[in-house]
Design a protein around this ligand. Sequence first.
Ligand code: ATP
Ligand code: MG
Length: 422
Amino acid sequence: MDYSLPRGTQDILPDEVDYWNFVEKTAKKIFDLYNFNEIRTPIFESSQLFNRVISESDIVKKEMYTFTDIGNRDLALRPEGTAPVARAFITNNLNRSPQHSKLFYQGPMFRYERPQAGRYRQFHQIGVESIGSDHPFSDAEVITMSYRLFSSLGLKNIKIYINSVGSDTCRPVIEARIKQFLASNLSQLSENLQEKFKHNPLKMLDSKDETLQTYLSGLPDMREALSQQSKDHFNFVISYLDHLNIPFEYKPTLVRGLDYYTETVFEVVSEDLGAQNSICGGGRYNNLIKNLGGSHTPAVGFAFGIERLIMLLKKQNISLPNQPILVYIAALGKEYQMECIHIAEDLRNLGLRVTIDYNKIDFNSHIKLSQKMEASYMIIFGEDEFDNKTLSIKDLHKRKQESIPASNLIPYFESLTGLTYV
Ligand code: ATP
Ligand code: MG
C-alpha cells in the first residue's frame, strides 16, 4: 500500500502557513484598496472549457489532469484561473452588473509537469480579472496593483516587463515581422520550432530553446508593427506607469504562454529566483469571453504563484509581521487548573491568544514549554496566588515578574496591550 505524498504536491505545515497567510492577507488588502472583489469557482470544470481557451498551450497538450466522472462527463482539474472566471462571468450574467467586474480569486491549480524547485503539480495562484472595459486605464491599473502588492510584501529586485501583442488585425503584421527576422536562421532550429514558425510564429518568442533565444535577443522594436489604435493603447499604458513612477521595461520578446492574450502583456520577474524567475504574468484578453459564447467583453488580468513568491520572500530574508502576543497560563497543581480556565477565557474576550498546558504542574516544566512556544507572558497561579487572591505575571522577554490582585487582571492587560475588554 502506498500512502506517500503524491509526486509534485506538498503538505503545508503550520510554520510555513504563516507565510501563506501573510501573502493572502496582503493580497486581499491591496485588492480591496482598488475595489476588487473575491470570486470562488469550482476546482474542476468541463475539459472543453480549457480545450477551447488554451488549446495551443503546453497545458492542454500535455499537462492537464483530466478524468471522466461516474456520469461520463469529461472534467479537468483547473490548470489556471482565467478561463473559469470568464466562464463564471457568462454563467452568472455578470455583464448586467452596473460597474465593470473587478474580481480576484485564489486557490489550487493543477498541472502534470515535471516537479522541480518552484514547479509543482498542485500549486496555488492568486489572480485578478478586470472584466468589461477596453480602456488602457484598466491594463495600467492591474499592473500598478501588482506592483503595489509585491512592494507591500517587501520584495526587492523586482522588474516588470511589458509588451503589446496587438489586436487581431496587428497579429499577421507582427507574425510576418518575426518570420522575416528569423527566416535566415530557420534551418538551425529544431523541427518543433520550424513547425511553430509555420503555424504560430508569435509562440516562438516564448520558447525556452537556447539557440532561438540567442537569435531573439536581437529582435528589433516591434511596436512599429502595431496598428495606430494598438499603439495608442500601449502608449497610454506606458505613460500611466511613467506618471506613477512604476519601474518597467519594454521587452519585445515577451508573449505569454496562454493563447488568449491581446494588446498589453506583462510579467513580473525577480532576478533572485534562478530558472523559474517569473512570479507573475498577465495581460489583456479581449476575445476570450466572446469565444466562450458570451458577448464581446474586453478584459485584463494577472496571476501569480504563491509557492514561488514565498521562495522569493525567504531568499530575500523578508520577515513576517509579528505574531500577536501569546499568553501562557501555568497552573501549579491540578487543583488550580479550573480557575486558570476562567483566566484564559477572560483574556480571550480581550482578544489575546492564550494557551494552557494541562499536563504540566510544576514551575520549571511550564517555563521550558512557554519559552519553546515563544509566549510573551506567563500567568502563574498556585497556592500562594490562591491564598492571597493574586496572580503572578511574568514578562518572558524582559524576564520580570510581578504580583497583581486577581481582580486587576483585565485592566492590567488592557493597559499593557491597548486592547479593550468586550
Ligand atoms: P512557467 O514559464 O514557469 O512554466 P507559466 O507561463 O506556465 O510559467 P502561468 O501559466 O502564466 O505560468 O502562471 C502564472 C504563475 O503561476 C507563474 O508565474 C508561476 O508563478 C506560477 N506557476 C505556473 N506553473 C507552476 C507550477 N507548476 N508550480 C508552481 N507555480 C507555477
Ligand atoms: Mg508552464
